[in-house]
Design a protein around this ligand. Structure first.
Ligand code: DAH
Length: 347
């Protein structure tokens, strides 16, 4: 009997010890060890249940119930302490990390499109309005497409016009212009009519200077069909120039030589800087060259699968970087790929 009474006393003592320890402790770590000490499997309260095993039924029920009450009292004081501890930690944190919501936010660095990309897109838009579709063709090309099929045989002196990057694979080069796409488009569409722009990067083994880069973009135009004539070429290009540079910009076409067109020409626009009088930008000529063009050579038409007796076509090659240079008065083409943000951010 007295042992049972002792058990009750023991539990009471335990509860008050646990309580005062819990009240005094600080921090999460101390909380955890308190929990295992008073509520863990080997804690005195839990042991009491074992010790009750051989007590009489009535006693066992009474003391057991009391032990349960103590256990839940310990659990609930533990919960309270946990909440209080978290609350304290939070207030501590808030006191130290004051948040000033009135400080202006940091501006994120915004990216932007490259000047060549915006120029290209503007060109696509203008040509799309005139019914041209974009036709993509590869940057790594065969010698055959880049030269042979464009009427530039292997030992022809015209090859000197294009300084070429060769790959280790025989007959595979980096395209020197977008013109090889002409043959690809014709072979895909023949004998249907064609109206495409062929954009993309070109490569030349070039001594770089303010107007020469070893990589640059071109936009090729190709129109093939029945009764396509030089007036169509001139009208299309003039319309393009006016939409790109403004209604009152004058143009002219000078005869020039490219093996894949006959006749061939180059188009100039009146110098925007001096209005045609002559200045340092146009090198006193009053005109700025912007593109090469011509009527597709019969040999090229035939290579593309069109009968030159029935079909004709015109082609042109434009340089978007050159167009941007003229428009924004950029004086060095090397700026485009030098990746200097001070340059790129201006556009
Ligand atoms: N492919 C020529 C070059 O890179 C440019 C060119 C000239 C393209 C005349 C044409 C053209 O389509 O008709 O030098």
């Amino acid at each position: 009997m007295s042992e049972k009474k002792d058990l009750i006393e023991e539990l009471k003592a335990l509860q008050s010890k646990a309580k005062s320890e819990l009240e005094a402790l600080v921090g999460e770590k101390a909380l955890t060890s308190w929990k295992s000490e008073y509520l863990g499997k080997t804690s005195p309260v839990m042991q009491i249940f074992k010790r009750l095993a051989d007590a009489e039924n009535e006693e066992r029920a009474r003391i057991g119930q009391f032990a349960n009450e103590v256990k839940s009292a310990l659990e609930s004081m533990y919960e309270q302490k946990v909440n209080a501890t978290h609350q304290a930690a939070l207030s501590e944190e808030l006191a130290h990390e004051k948040l000033d919501v009135t400080i202006p936010g940091r501006r994120p660095l915004r990216g932007r499109l490259h000047i060549t990309t915006t120029t290209l897109r503007e060109m696509y838009r203008i040509f799309a309005e005139m019914g041209f579709q974009i036709y993509r063709s590869p940057e790594v090309e065969s010698d055959e497409n880049n030269f042979e099929l464009l009427n530039i045989p292997t030992h022809h002196p015209a090859r000197d016009l294009w300084d070429t990057f060769f790959t280790k694979k025989e007959g595979v080069i980096l395209r020197t212009h977008t013109s090889p796409g002409q043959v690809r488009a014709m072979r895909e569409f023949a004998p249907e009519p064609i109206r495409v722009v062929l954009p993309g990067m070109c490569y030349r083994y070039e001594q770089t200077d303010a107007s020469h880069e070893f990589q640059f973009n071109q936009v090729e135009l190709l129109v093939v069909g029945k009764k396509i004539n030089f007036a169509n070429l001139k009208g299309t290009l003039e319309e393009f120039v006016q939409r790109m540079y403004g209604k009152d910009v004058s143009t002219r076409i000078r005869p020039s030589y490219f093996p894949f067109v006959e006749p061939g020409g180059e188009m100039d626009v009146e110098c925007f800087v001096c209005g045609g009088k002559g200045c340092s930008v146009c090198k006193q000529r009053g005109w700025l060259e912007i593109l090469g063009c011509g009527m597709v050579h019969p040999v090229v038409l035939k290579n593309g699968g069109y009968d030159p007796q029935v079909y004709s076509g015109f082609a042109a090659g434009l340089g978007p970087e050159r167009i941007a240079m003229l428009r924004y008065r950029i004086d060095d083409i090397r700026n485009f790929w030098a990746n200097d943000v001070r340059f790129l951010q201006q556009f």
